[in-house]
Design a protein around this ligand. Sequence first.
Ligand code: ADP
Ligand code: ADP
Length: 232
Amino acid sequence: MIKLENITKVFPSKNGNVTAVNNVNLHVKKGEIHGVIGYSGAGKSTLIRLVNLLEKPTSGSVSINGTELTTLSPEKLRQTRQKVGMIFQHFNLLKTATVYDNIATPLKLLGYDKQEVKKRVEKYLKIVDLSDKQNSYPSQLSGGQKQRVAIARALSQEPEILLSDEATSALDPETTNSILDLLLKINEELGITILLITHEMNVIQKICDYVYVLENGEIIEQSSAIELFTNP
Ligand code: ADP
Ligand code: ADP
């Protein structure tokens, strides 16, 4: 479903080039949840942005469902990106829009008619358990509720893959657990493949099937999550 092969990303800079991601290989099969863990500066956010080509790799290949992205036309790339939803640490909601409009606006921009938009907004708000907040503004919601709206927004485009960029890092432990439970539910019930990055071991432990440890842009260790926690 997601395959990165020999991916390297070098950022040019005045004080010499920075190799943010160095020769990374990663393979997430359909229906799995994989996690990349590492300290700040390890290259995690660059890595996850490479998956949907928000960053262009310096070398290597990225494929989604067998489609190589690095050589696609902009139009085809847009189509493939629709299979990939993304959620963020700071939710990235529009402050001046209601919960309904935060989900509806991107759908309208994609050309869905009003009825389909309404159907999807209602469906996905129900899945994230926020049907009663349609007319609220983000400022009236807790952090966990904001992340649920962002998850509903991502799901409303009916992606096959969800990328999570530190989605629970701004949340307290209890709220983190409820968001992780929601991600597990989405994975199990909707069959969505998940790739997440985190600096929190408990996130890996709670929901990941497989884990990569990233350090200085390189994967220094990888294993099934079970192995990671049973081997000393
Ligand atoms: P993490 O998400 O693990 O904190 P990042 O991917 O943000 O790591 O950063 C990895 C390295 O790449 C860091 O040294 C960072 O300074 C550098 N880096 C990230 N983005 C850029 C950029 N746009 N330009 C230059 N250097 C960058
Ligand atoms: P570009 O690749 O030139 O940034 P796009 O129109 O593809 O242009 O994307 C515009 C912005 O939309 C990006 O900078 C990014 O922040 C966001 N974006 C695009 N695709 C996705 C996606 N699949 N998931 C999340 N954000 C996206």
